[in-house]
Design a protein. Structure first.
Length: 250
């Protein structure tokens, strides 16, 4: 589905991503982890076209999308939710999703129509139920809790019907209870939509609980990749990132 081949990116003399090759199979759930400054967000920015790679290929279904503008990448089937939620703050949850659905269907004249098409209403309602925001449909987006704003950001990404969904630290800034509610929702969405999901996460309890596979970045390189069990026992990962806390834990 999504294959990264020999991807590199430098900023002046600083190498942010160095010769990264990773493969995300259809329907997989992969965590990308690593210390601060490891290149994780730069990696996502390269996939989404926010940055141009210095070298390498980004293959989506066999097509090299490296260097394409972000809107073209989105149209090809990759969507992203951000560490800081990107929402329509002055609209209600329902209005924001209706606008996104109509934009996705290229019905720009109807973006904020008073009587939106029934199909658009149904799709917005479906997505609100999927992410658990149906009971908050008439709340103004900026008044939502931090966690619910993040859910709305994910909902707006789901409107795009992506084949690949990138989540940049979906639990950042949340308390323990809210964090687990978020990750349970993410896991349920992944199971329901059968999409390829890649997420950046610092909470290792969450990573080891839900990820099928883990890619570890360090200083812009792939330090290791494999199953959670293999990563937990990997000596270089323990030394560079995990410490002894997670080694040997079930």
């Amino acid at each position: 589905m999504l294959s990264i081949e020999n991807l590199s990116k430098s900023f002046g003399g600083v190498v942010a991503i160095r010769d990264v090759s990773l493969n995300f199979t259809p329907g997989s759930l992969t965590a990308v982890i690593g210390p601060n400054g490891a290149g994780k967000t730069t990696f996502f920015n390269l996939i989404m076209g926010s940055l141009l790679p210095d070298q390498g290929r980004i293959l989506l279904g066999g097509e090299n999308i490296a260097g394409l503008p972000t809107p073209q990448i989105v149209r090809r089937g990759i969507a992203r939710a951000f560490q800081i939620a990107s929402i329509f703050p002055s609209l209600t949850v329902r209005e924001a999703l209706l606008a996104a659905v109509n934009a996705q269907r290229q019905q720009h004249a109807k973006l904020l129509a008073r009587f939106p098409l029934a199909a658009a209403r149904d799709r917005a309602q479906e997505i609100m139920h999927m992410v658990g925001l149906a009971m908050k449909a008439d709340m103004v987006s900026r008044s939502l809790s931090h966690g619910d704003q993040k859910l709305l950001d994910i909902a707006l990404a789901l409107v795009l019907e992506p084949r690949v969904l990138l989540l940049d630290e979906p639990t950042a800034g949340m308390g323990p209870e809210e964090r687990w509610l978020m990750i349970d929702t993410v896991h349920r969405l992944w199971e329901r939509e059968k999409m390829t999901l890649v997420f950046i996460e610092h909470d290792m309890d969450i990573v080891f609980k839900i990820a099928q596979s883990i890619a570890v970045l360090s200083y812009g390189r792939v330090l290791a990749e494999g199953t959670p069990a293999a990563i937990r026992q990997h000596p270089a990962v323990i030394e560079a990132y995990l410490g002894s806390e997670y080694a040997g834990r079930a």
